[in-house]
Design a protein around this ligand. Structure first.
Ligand code: AP5
Ligand code: MG
Length: 215
C-alpha cells in the first residue's frame, strides 16, 4: 500500500514531484492547497474561509482541514494508496491522520521529506507560474513551458499565485518552521521518514524517490 506524505517547505517541489509520483504509481495526488484554491475559485463557503488565512500565509484551522482530508482519503480510489501534498502541517493534523489511518486501515507508510535550503526557496517561489486552469507548476527559468505563458498540459493561462509575494512567503516560511517542521521528528519516531535532496534535477530526484518507494 503506497500511502505517502510529501513534506517540505514552501517551494521545495512538493506539487511538482507529487504529479510525477502519483502518475507513476496510479494513485491520487491530494493537495490541500489545491483543494483550497479550487474552493476559492468557486467562491464556496470553504473557499471564503480558507482565503482569509491563505492570503496572509497562515494555516487554515485544523478542524476544517482534517475533515476535508478524512473524507478524501476514505474514498475508494485511495484503497491502493494516496499521495498527500501539504498535509499534515501541524501536530494535531498528524495525530488525526494517524487515528484516521488506523480507523480506515490506511496507515502512512512513507514520508518523503524534500530538503532544500532557504535561499533557493525564495527564487523558486518568485519565479513560479501556475496554470490558472489545472494548477500545474512551472518556473520562469528552471521549468519553462513549451510556449511562454501557456500550460503544456491543458493550454491554460499561466499566472502567479496570489500568496507568492515576498511578504506572504515570509509568513509561510515562519509557519513552516513553527508548525510543520516539528512533524519530521514525529514521523522519525514512527520510522517512516526518507530525506531526499530537492536541489537535484527533477529526473534524478524522481529516480531517488522511486528507489525509496519501490515498484
Ligand atoms: P500549498 O499550496 O501547500 O503551498 P506551500 O506548502 O507553501 O507549497 P508550495 O505549493 O508553494 O510549494 P511546492 O513545495 O508545492 O513547490 P512546487 O512544486 O510548486 O499551501 C498554500 C496555503 O494553503 C498554505 O500557506 C496554507 O494557508 C493553506 N494550507 C494548505 N494545506 C494546509 C494544511 N494542511 N493546513 C492548514 N493550511 C493549509 O515548486 C516550486 C517552484 O520550484 C516551481 O516553480 C517549480 O517549477 C520549481 N521546482 C520544483 N522542483 C524543482 C527542481 N528540482 N529543480 C528546479 N526547479 C524546481
Ligand atoms: Mg504546491
Amino acid at each position: 500500500m503506497k500511502n505517502i506524505i510529501l513534506m517540505g517547505p514552501p517551494g521545495a517541489g512538493k506539487g511538482t514531484n507529487a504529479k510525477r509520483i502519483a502518475s507513476h504509481y496510479g494513485i491520487p495526488h491530494i493537495s490541500t492547497g489545491d483543494m483550497f484554491r479550487e474552493a476559492i475559485k468557486n467562491k464556496t463557503p470553504l473557499g471564503e474561509l480558507a482565503n482569509k488565512y491563505i492570503s496572509q500565509g497562515l494555516l487554515v484551522p485544523d478542524d476544517v482541514t482534517i475533515g476535508l482530508v478524512k473524507e478524501r482519503i476514505s474514498l475508494d480510489d485511495c484503497k491502493n494508496g494516496f499521495l498527500l501534498d501539504g498535509f499534515p502541517r501541524s501536530l494535531p493534523q498528524a495525530e488525526a491522520l494517524t487515528s484516521i489511518g488506523e480507523e480506515i486501515s490506511r496507515p502512512i507508510k512513507y514520508v518523503i521529506n524534500i530538503v532544500v535550503p532557504e535561499s533557493i526557496l525564495v527564487d523558486r517561489i518568485s519565479g513560479r507560474r501556475v496554470c490558472k486552469t489545472c494548477g500545474a507548476p512551472y518556473h520562469i527559468r528552471n521549468m519553462k513551458p513549451k510556449v511562454e505563458g501557456i500550460c503544456d498540459l491543458c493550454g491554460g493561462e499561466l499566472v502567479q499565485r496570489k500568496d507568492d509575494n515576498e511578504e506572504t512567503l515570509k509568513a509561510r516560511l515562519h509557519e513552516y518552521h513553527k508548525m510543520t517542521e516539528p512533524l519530521i521528528s514525529y514521523y522519525k519516531n514512527l520510522g517512516v521518514v526518507y530525506d531526499v535532496d530537492g536541489t537535484k534535477d527533477l529526473d534524478e530526484l524522481s529516480k531517488d524517490i522511486a528507489k525509496i518507494l519501490g515498484e
